[in-house]
Design a protein around this ligand. Structure first.
Ligand SMILES: Nc1nc2c(ncn2[C@@H]2O[C@H](COP(=O)(O)OP(=O)(O)OP(=O)(O)O)[C@@H](O)[C@H]2O)c(=O)[nH]1
Ligand SMILES: [Mg+2]
Length: 329
């Protein structure tokens, strides 16, 4: 690996390796080309990036339209993709509006949302993608909506605490999900996914519109109905109640951790966390920073976890949220 690649480049490269679809890969590769320092030491890498870019572009053009289904999907951005699911008028769009930079239409009538709209939620030093979706309703289930939900990391299920029909709505939504072989579940209840084509997606349920009269009573009814199958919380998109709790719980439910890299004698890159699945090892962290790192790793020092102050750790060390790591290769 050429020396002195800037952290922004390494961060983009990490996103490149996580990218699932061609358009996203192309965009990140272009970003990497713009970020890479232009000198002799990076020449080979720059040639390689350009080669990869042109290959992806050709593949994208040649790909038959049918292969991309309806063509409606949302490129992943940030540390995880969360889809908003629920009955018409529950307040999905209002929540996306109050939690992210996106500005979906919010309207007092059902089925106002027709297309997916992604927005970015900021939580501390990371960003989480929320995707506003059309309502799930027995009268109209579009294939591409199901496709987007299946591909998500997390479901944010919005329930209308202003409605007397909330339990019927919950059941109707669940039925549609199950028919699409999407199994919504909590953290501990990882039900066996045995049928072919079934996917399990972790789910956080929010009772929205808690500002309305009788909403508190309806929340208790909802709680009883759900019976601990999902994490459940209440809030109000319009009054702004419970939003910080939602941010926290979304981050938590994504089950990731953040570590920071530092060069010897320099400060840690606190603004650029390396985001990894919980339970990752030091070696996996090295691999996430750069594909050569894991192979070339001699040793690493760690600060953090409440017990390390620059000690050497072994390759199988389970990295902890907040660890600062100095890789020596
Ligand atoms: N009082 C109150 N009203 C809310 C709240 N959140 C949403 N609303 C209202 O509920 C209605 C529906 O909100 P939307 O955000 O459009 O609902 P949606 O789930 O996106 O609806 P569809 O896209 O049609 O499925 C609007 O009139 C909102 O102003 C809330 O927290 N409190
Ligand atoms: Mg909407």
């Amino acid at each position: 690996m050429p020396a002195n690649l800037p952290p922004q480049y390494l961060e983009a490269e990490r996103r490149y390796r996580q990218a699932k679809h061609h358009p996203e890969k192309i965009r990140v590769l272009e970003e990497m080309l713009a970020l890479i320092p232009k000198h002799k030491g990076t020449e080979k890498l720059r040639v390689d990036l350009k080669r990869r870019l042109s290959k992806l572009k050709t593949e994208l053009e040649r790909r038959p339209a049918t292969k991309r289904g309806s063509g409606i999907f949302v490129d992943r951005e940030g540390i995880g993709q969360v889809v908003l699911v629920g009955a018409p008028n529950a307040g999905k769009s209002a929540l996306v509006r109050s939690l992210t930079n996106a500005r979906p239409e919010v309207a007092p009538y059902p089925f106002s949302t027709r297309k997916p709209l992604p927005g970015m939620l900021e939580f501390e030093n990371v960003k989480i993608q929320l995707v506003d979706l059309p309502a799930l309703s027995p009268e109209l289930v579009e294939g591409w909506v199901v496709g987007i939900i299946r591909n998500a990391d997390l479901i944010l299920w919005v329930v209308d605490l202003g409605s007397d029909d909330l339990l019927e709505q919950v059941d109707a939504t669940e039925k549609i999900l199950m028919q699409a072989k999407i199994i919504p579940g909590g953290a501990t209840d990882r039900r066996e996914v045995t049928e072919p084509g079934q996917v399990y997606i972790r789910t956080l349920m929010i009772g929205n519109k808690v500002d309305l009269p009788e909403a508190a009573d309806r929340f208790l009814i909802l709680q009883e109905h759900v019976g601990g199958r999902f994490s459940l919380l209440s809030g109000s998109a319009i009054a702004g109640t419970g939003l910080q709790e939602i941010r926290h719980r979304l981050y938590d439910a994504l089950e990731v951790l953040r570590v920071y890299t530092k060069a010897p004698g320099k400060a840690a890159e606190i603004a650029h966390p390396v985001v990894l699945p919980r339970g990752s090892t030091l070696l996996q962290a090295a691999d996430a920073v750069h594909k050569d790192f894991a192979a070339k790793l001699k040793y690493a020092r760690v600060w953090g976890s409440g017990k390390f102050e620059g000690q050497r750790v072994h390759r199988e060390y389970l990295v902890q949220d907040g660890d600062i790591i100095e890789f020596h290769i």
